[in-house]
Design a protein around this ligand. Structure first.
Ligand SMILES: Nc1ncnc2c1ncn2[C@H]1C[C@H](O)[C@@H](COP(=O)(O)OP(=O)(O)O)O1
Ligand SMILES: [Mg+2]
Length: 194
């Protein structure tokens, strides 16, 4: 039942590919005990399971495109419910990727209290992803797919930030800085929530 998570603290973590979302989420989990749900990780786990759904997803992700909304949202919701009894809050990482995804999330789950906008320059993101690609084994960490993911980010995801800015819940985080300095800014935003 979704009732269990209705009053949970929800934080959307939005930023381009390679901006440092996962890196910051890991640090938030360690300090605040939040549950980190990366939509990409959930999808990659489904691919790794070898299911039919996973095979369809893999083909889409390899092209750098967005997977169907209902699939991602159902996976996030199931994962949230599974952690409802132990979670101090939820970090929703890499979702919403487009405004429609945010609207559906709010209809089916609840409203975010905060949106962390992890902001880095395009060239920084490309550099970090190329480096990550040396060891990540991710099918989408290659030059051609990176370019498509960045284009899609600017087109579909930046409007998400504008959408939530109207509500005053966006905190822009300069992710060009070293990891610990970025986290110092993140901490301030999370502490404001209490
Ligand atoms: N502030 C920072 N300074 C330098 N490198 C960073 C950084 N934040 C993250 N990185 C590195 C770690 C990864 O190898 C790569 C991408 O980070 P990530 O957390 O996996 O990004 P995302 O989850 O947004 O795709 O960049
Ligand atoms: Mg990530």
């Amino acid at each position: 039942m979704a009732d269990k998570i209705k009053n949970a603290k929800i934080v959307f973590v939005v930023g381009g590919p390679g901006s440092g979302k996962g890196t910051q989420c890991e640090k938030i989990v360690a300090k605040y005990g939040y549950t980190h749900l990366s939509s990409g990780d959930l999808l990659r786990a489904e691919v790794a399971s070898g299911s039919d759904r996973g095979k369809t997803l893999q083909a889409i992700m390899q092209k750098g495109e967005l997977v169907p909304l209902d699939t991602v949202l159902d996976m996030i919701k199931d994962a949230m419910i599974a952690k409802a009894d132990v979670s101090k809050g939820y970090l929703i990482d890499g979702y919403p990727r487009e405004v429609k995804q945010g609207e559906e999330f709010e209809k089916k789950i609840g409203a975010p209290a905060l949106l962390l906008y992890i902001d880095a320059k395009g060239e920084t993101m490309v550099k970090r992803l190329m480096k990550r690609g040396e060891t990540s084994g991710r099918a989408d960490d290659n030059e051609e797919t990176i370019k498509k993911r960045l284009d899609l980010y600017y087109k579909a995801t930046e409007p998400v930030i504008a959408f939530y800015e109207q509500r005053g819940i966006v905190r822009k985080i300069n992710s060009e800085l070293p990891v610990d300095e970025v986290f110092a800014i993140v901490e301030k935003a999370i502490d404001e929530l209490k």
